[in-house]
Write a protein that binds this ligand. Sequence first.
Ligand code: NAD
Length: 235
Amino acid sequence: MAAMGKYRNIVILTGAGVSAESGIDTFRSAGGLWENHRVEDVATPQAFVRDPDLVHRFYDMRRAAIQEKLPNPAHAALAELDARWTGDLLIVTQNVDDLHERAGARRVLHMHGEHLKAWCTSCDLRSPWRTTLIERPPCPVCQARTLRPDVVWFGEMPYRMGEIYAALRSADLFVSIGTSGAVYPAAGFVRDARELGARTLELNLERSQGSRWFHESRLGPASEVVPVWVEEVLA
Ligand code: NAD
């Protein structure tokens, strides 16, 4: 990746691996289990209908946990890239934590929602949220007690796909960081970007499931490989 000067429009996809060194578990690192439930079974609309208290407890716990964590050097490097990159840049994150923003990044799109927001299914509005939902607090807008985590569950449509595909169409560099390539549609972005002519690079601890679609893979912890790559791009 010597000649970064030839790139203008960058799309970066981040996943749980970028926050792992901040102490936020990736789903798969903990064996994919929470209180003996498969995480996929907690993070579905069916689970919320079946056992809403269980789902609220899971998200209340994760919402509390992320507020005690801090951005790591990978988040800081991406924020610096965002501040200094004069071309188009979009950081599409699957993460529901706010560590990109807390590091200072601005051009961030949360395709799977955000822990720090609650969505009212009665009035359809989203409100900033830092505390718990299990006691069914009223929606600050319409007062209905129908708030749920503003997180995209398995089987639901990710947010802002039109904007993401528009960015992928004009990208000449696509970089995937800390994502396993197991969750679609994000896992398909590399293929789309490559078919549309972008150079594709993966930065991950290990090869992801879609690794063969990348022109280049650099393996290592995000806190090390991301700052090195950002320095190259900005050089
Ligand atoms: P994943 O758990 O499926 O995969 C994480 C990937 O990161 C793995 O490939 C792993 O090898 C890699 N990784 C682990 N530690 C790393 C490190 N230090 N440096 C670089 N790479 C590292 O996560 P995913 O692909 O993001 O998909 C899981 C889904 O879970 C997503 O939809 C996401 O919304 C959700 N999730 C979010 C968070 C968060 O917000 N921080 C945490 C867990 C899960």
